[in-house]
Design a protein around this ligand. Structure first.
Ligand code: NAP
Length: 339
């Protein structure tokens, strides 16, 4: 009998790639999303899985909706990806981030505890837990030191996951994921902001890109590979926490250089650094060490920095070219035409 999975946040980048991966593995896939007046299913349509998943509405601040979702979907595995997920914006909505990104998991785990304690749970934990002050590659044993309200909310969720694992015997894994990107990444995130702007500039639709901290260093991986690691975690005998990273680090400036060079342009002619875009607190060093994931999960990244930038820029150029020809696409770019 095929396994059943529930993905919270199925409309997001990871939710869409994970839905595809699980469908390819013959899972019956349920996905929860928050109801809005304008449906947001473009990523599922882009991957051609929209009609193959069962969609249910759930709000992370509404326990009864989470209980209903679990009752209806009867999952063997829950992948908890839903969250307010943008660190920069968390300074503007710190309470909301705590409610949704932090407490949302507790509501979900209470529902699991009362309905079926055998359900396996994946929690989308994050590199942001480590925050500032690091100079060496980060492992599962590096102390946490979060530097924004999003990271604090995720830290709460990370620890509550460990408490439900130790205290109630629930099989729950924290995937401490480093940044992972793709053409399905939200436009607020720096990589997609760059690939989208590079595409528009190369086609004459824009002539400038405003950036914040371009010296920040990040370890960027490819999202479809990272959702594979999530699935592997839930197939193990025992639950554990895992760093998922590429072990390589690049600056935002290198991302800009690489992205503009793909379309034959010099980045320095188009990029303007705008101090208003700097975060109140930022971190400059993030490099992972995925040794545990390699040993225990047999996971390692294949797509590295240059290939990742190429995939993202090529896809955004293709989208804007189609848009100029009047071809309709499942896509978010046209919402951001005016700055
Ligand atoms: P994403 O694209 O921003 O997706 C987040 C999902 O959460 C969306 O489906 C969103 O729904 C949903 N959501 C937001 N608020 C909600 C609420 N109040 N109730 C119900 N659903 C809500 O994020 P992602 O890149 O796929 O990341 C997936 C998870 O991994 C997130 O928890 C993120 O924090 C974490 N993470 C991501 C990275 C990364 O580099 N991508 C790294 C570490 C950890 P809408 O579509 O309606 O907005």
């Amino acid at each position: 009998m095929s396994k059943r999975a529930l993905i919270t946040g199925i409309t997001g980048q990871d939710g869409a790639y994970l839905a595809k991966l699980l469908l390819d593995k013959d899972y019956t896939v349920y996905g929860s999303y928050r109801r809005s007046s304008t449906p947001n299913f473009w990523r599922l349509q882009y991957l051609d899985v929209h009609n193959r998943v069962h969609l249910l509405t759930a709000e992370l601040n509404d326990s009864s909706s989470l209980i209903d979702t679990i009752r209806v979907s009867r999952p063997d595995e829950i992948y908890h990806l839903a969250a307010q997920s943008f660190p920069g914006a968390s300074f503007e909505h710190p309470v909301g981030y705590g409610e949704i990104t932090g407490l949302g998991l507790t509501r979900l785990l209470e529902a699991v505890r009362s309905i079926n304690k055998d359900i396996r749970v994946y929690q989308a934990s994050t590199i942001e837990l480590f925050g500032q002050g690091n100079t060496k590659p980060l492992t599962e044993d590096t102390p946490f030191n979060p530097a924004n309200p999003y990271a604090v909310a995720k830290l709460y969720a990370h620890w509550i996951a460990n408490i439900y694992r130790a205290g109630y015997g629930i099989f729950i894994c924290n995937g401490i994921m480093f940044n992972h990107e793709s053409p399905l990444r939200g436009l607020d995130f720096v990589t997609r902001k760059i690939s989208n702007a590079v595409a528009r500039i190369s086609l004459g639709l824009d002539n400038e890109l405003a950036m914040g901290n371009i010296e920040a260093k990040r370890d960027w991986g490819y999202a479809p590979e990272y959702v594979n690691a999530m699935w592997r975690m839930l197939q193990q005998k025992e639950p554990d926490d895992y760093i998922i990273a590429t072990n390589e680090m690049h600056t935002v400036k290198q991302f800009l250089q690489q992205a503009f060079s793909i379309v034959g342009l010099d980045w320095s002619k188009y990029v303007k650094v705008n101090k208003e875009l700097l975060r109140p607190v930022d971190v400059n060093f993030w490099q992972g060490d995925y040794a545990r994931a390699k040993t225990k999960l047999g996971w390692q990244p294949e797509v590295k920095f240059e290939r990742l930038v190429e995939i993202m820029v090529h896809e955004d150029v293709k989208r804007w070219e189609s848009w100029l020809k009047g071809v309709a696409l499942p896509w978010d770019g046209y919402n951001y035409i005016s700055k």
